[in-house]
Design a protein around this ligand. Structure first.
Ligand code: FE2
Length: 437
C-alpha cells in the first residue's frame, strides 16, 4: 500500500477502521488491515471523511472586499450594484490572483471541490477566461466547476445570452440563470425555459440562482421543476437559494415540494448568505429567508449547503470553512437533533458531491483517495468545534497539515494542563444520564 490510515471513525459511525490506499484510490476499508505501507497515519478515534464540497460559490468576486467600497446596506441589490462598479476594474491577473489565494484557503480546510458561478454579462468574458485558467492550474489538488452566470439577467442584460453561449463554447461546465432578476415574472419564466433548452441541446447541467428573494409569489422554481421534467433533465438541474420558499403560502408549498421531488431537482441553500441578505425589507419580526431544508430533505430531495460568498460585495466574512456553513445551516433550519446535525454534515460533503456530479467521491474501495482527518470524534463534534483539519489527502498524498489544536491552562492553585478543550473527547453519545465520563 502507499498509505494506510489506522483506527479511523467514519461519518456513518463505524469506528476502528483502517483505510488502505494504493495508486491514488481507496483499496480497502476494513477493521484490521494486515498490510504495510510507505506511510501510515494514526487516526485512532478521529473522524475521517471524504473532502468538503462547496456546490455554490462566486470565485470571480471572492476576496475583493472593500474594492471600491464596502456594501453599506448589506442588501443583495447594493451588492449587485457594487459588483457593477467593480467589474470595469477587473483584470484577468487580479481575478486569478484572488481565486488562487482562495483555493489555498480551501485546501487547508479540506475543501477539495468547488462549483463557482462566473459572471458572463461582461462581453470581454475576462472572468471566464481567468477562471478557466485557474481551473487548469488547480486541477491536481482541487476540482473546480464553472457555471455561466448572467448576473444582470440573461434577457435584461444586453448581449448576455450570446456571452453565455460563448462561455459554454470556451468550456464552462454548467448553465446558470437568475430568473427573479429579469424584468417581469413572465420574462423570468421565459429565461428558465430558454436556458434549460440550451442545456438539453448541449447535454449540460443547469444550476440557477432561483427565487433569491423574500417574495412569497416568486414561482420560478415551479417552472424550473416543470422544464426539468419536460426536457428530461432529471438529476442534472439544481435550484440554488430558493429563499422565496421561506415566505410562501404553506398550501402552495405542499404542492410544490412533491413536484420538485418528482422532477429530480437538486437544491442548494446558502445559510450564511441567506441569513444575512434576506429579510432586509422587514421590520420585526425579520424572516430568516433560508429555504425549507428539513421539509425538502424529508421529501427525499438532495439538499446541499454552499458558502456562496467570502469577503466580497455581498458578505464581509468567511474563510472557506464548510463546517462554518453547516454550523449556520443547522441553526437557521433548527436542525439540532442528532439526525438533523448529521444531515447538515452530509449537506457539505456527500450531498454537495452529488449536486456537482463528482466521479469517484466517497469512502468505498475504488473511490479517489481524497480524505480529511479531523480533530473530532464524529460529524456532530466536527461541526460543533469547526474542527481542525489535521491532514488533507488528495489522490493518496497529504497536501495540507494543521497542528492539533490544544489549549494550555495556567490557572492559579492548579497544576498546568495541556489538552484540547473538548469536554467530551469521545464525541457526543446518543443519550447520557450524567455529564462527563
Ligand atoms: Fe450565489
Amino acid at each position: 500500500m502507499d498509505l494506510i490510515l489506522r483506527g479511523a471513525t467514519l461519518p456513518d459511525g463505524r469506528t476502528g477502521i483502517d483505510i488502505g490506499i494504493e495508486k491514488g484510490r481507496i483499496a480497502t476499508v476494513e477493521p484490521t488491515l494486515q498490510a504495510a505501507a510507505r506511510q501510515e497515519i494514526d487516526a485512532t478515534g478521529l473522524l475521517v471523511t471524504p473532502p468538503f464540497v462547496d456546490p455554490h460559490f462566486h470565485m470571480d468576486a471572492t476576496l475583493s472586499l472593500g474594492f471600491p467600497r464596502v456594501n453599506a446596506s448589506g442588501t443583495l441589490l447594493e451588492g449587485i450594484a457594487l459588483w457593477g462598479e467593480l467589474k470595469p476594474h477587473l483584470t484577468a491577473e487580479s481575478i486569478a490572483e484572488r481565486a488562487l489565494a482562495y483555493c489555498d484557503w480551501a485546501v487547508a480546510r479540506g475543501l477539495l471541490a468547488i462549483r463557482t458561478h462566473v459572471d458572463v454579462c461582461d462581453a470581454s468574458l475576462v472572468a471566464v477566461e481567468a477562471l478557466l485558467e485557474v481551473k487548469k492550474q488547480v486541477r491536481p489538488y482541487l476540482d473546480l466547476q464553472l457555471v455561466a452566470f448572467p448576473q444582470d439577467g440573461v434577457f435584461r442584460s444586453p448581449g448576455a445570452l450570446d456571452n453565455l453561449k460563448r462561455a459554454l463554447d470556451l468550456g464552462v461546465d454548467v448553465i446558470g440563470g437568475i430568473p427573479h432578476f429579469e424584468r417581469t415574472m413572465a420574462e423570468g419564466a421565459d429565461s428558465v425555459r430558454a436556458l434549460c433548452e440550451i442545456a438539453a441541446e448541449r447535454g449540460l447541467p443547469v444550476d440557477m440562482h432561483c427565487d433569491e428573494s423574500d417574495d412569497p409569489m416568486s414561482r420560478h422554481v415551479e417552472t424550473l421543476a416543470y422544464e426539468t421534467q419536460r426536457l428530461g433533465l432529471s438529476g442534472r438541474v439544481t435550484g440554488s437559494h430558493l429563499t422565496s420558499m421561506h415566505s410562501m403560502d404553506h398550501y402552495y408549498v405542499s404542492k410544490l415540494i412533491p413536484l420538485m421531488a418528482e422532477a429530480g431537482l437538486y437544491v442548494v441553500a446558502n445559510p450564511l448568505i441567506n441569513i444575512v441578505i434576506q429579510g432586509r425589507h422587514d421590520t420585526y419580526p425579520k424572516r430568516r429567508g433560508m429555504t425549507r431544508v428539513p421539509e425538502l430533505m424529508k421529501a427525499g430531495i438532495t439538499v446541499a449547503f454552499g458558502h456562496d460568498c467570502v469577503m466580497d460585495p455581498w458578505y464581509p466574512l468567511g474563510s472557506g470553512d464548510m463546517l462554518q456553513v453547516a454550523h449556520m445551516g443547522l441553526h437557521v433550519a433548527q436542525m439540532t437533533g442528532g439526525d438533523g446535525m448529521r444531515a447538515c454534515f452530509q449537506a457539505v460533503t456527500e450531498n454537495a458531491a452529488k449536486v456537482m456530479g463528482l466521479e469517484g467521491y466517497g469512502l468505498t474501495p475504488g473511490c479517489h483517495a481524497d480524505l480529511v482527518v479531523l480533530q473530532a470524534g464524529d460529524p456532530i463534534e466536527a461541526i460543533r468545534l469547526q474542527a481542525t483539519r489535521l491532514y488533507v489527502i488528495r489522490r493518496g498524498e497529504v497536501i495540507a497539515e494543521t497542528a492539533l489544536a490544544a489549549a494550555r491552562l495556567n490557572l492559579p492553585g492548579r497544576p498546568k494542563t495541556t489538552g484540547h478543550t473538548n469536554p467530551w473527547p469521545k464525541g457526543v453519545p446518543e443519550s447520557r444520564t450524567t455529564r462527563g465520563g
